[in-house]
Ligand binder design. Structure first.
Ligand SMILES: [Zn+2]
Length: 138
C-alpha cells in the first residue's frame, strides 16, 4: 500500500545519535531514514555522492517527502578518517567543517533535477553536550 512521509532524515550511523534521533522523529512525525557514516560528508565525497543521491531519489519517488534533515555530529569518526587534522581541533573548527559540508550537501540535493523544491535543513549534534543545533536552513 502506498504511503507518504513528510521528512527524510539523513544521519551518521554512530550509535550515540540513536536516542536524540528517536526524539527528533517523534516530534516531527514519520520519516524515511538514511544512516551513513558521516551523513553530509557522504554526499560531498565523489566516491559516495551518486549512491547517496540515488537513495534519496528512490525514497522521494516512493514517499514524496518535502523536507530533508541532514544531521552531522561532533567527534565523528568518518570526518576524522577523511580529515585527520580534525583530531584535537577546536569545537569551532569542527563546527565550521560540518557547516561547510552540510551546505555543500544541501546544494548537491537542491541541484538534482528530480529533487527540486525540497526544503533542506542541516544540524550538528554535539555528542558531549547532547545538544542538537540547526546550522542550515533552505
Ligand atoms: Zn559520525
Amino acid at each position: 500500500m502506498p504511503h507518504a512521509v513528510k521528512h527524510c532524515v539523513i544521519n551518521c550511523s554512530d550509535w550515540r545519535l540513536t536516542e536524540e534521533l528517536a526524539g527528533f522523529i517523534k516530534e516531527r512525525g514519520q520519516a524515511d531514514r538514511i544512516e551513513i557514516p558521516g551523513a553530509a560528508l557522504a554526499l560531498t565525497q565523489p566516491n559516495s555522492r551518486d549512491v547517496v543521491l540515488g537513495w534519496i531519489r528512490t525514497l522521494h519517488d516512493l514517499h514524496h517527502f518535502t523536507e530533508v534533515h541532514l544531521i552531522d555530529h561532533t567527534d565523528c569518526g568518518a570526518y576524522r578518517l577523511t580529515y585527520p587534522e580534525l583530531q584535537g581541533a577546536s569545537t569551532e573548527t569542527e563546527r565550521e567543517r560540518h557547516a561547510a559540508h552540510v551546505q555543500q550537501a544541501q546544494q548537491i540535493i537542491s541541484n538534482d533535477p528530480t529533487l527540486k523544491g525540497i526544503r533542506i535543513k542541516g544540524y550538528l549534534y554535539n555528542v558531549g553536550a547532547h545538544q542538537l543545533t540547526e546550522i542550515l536552513s533552505s
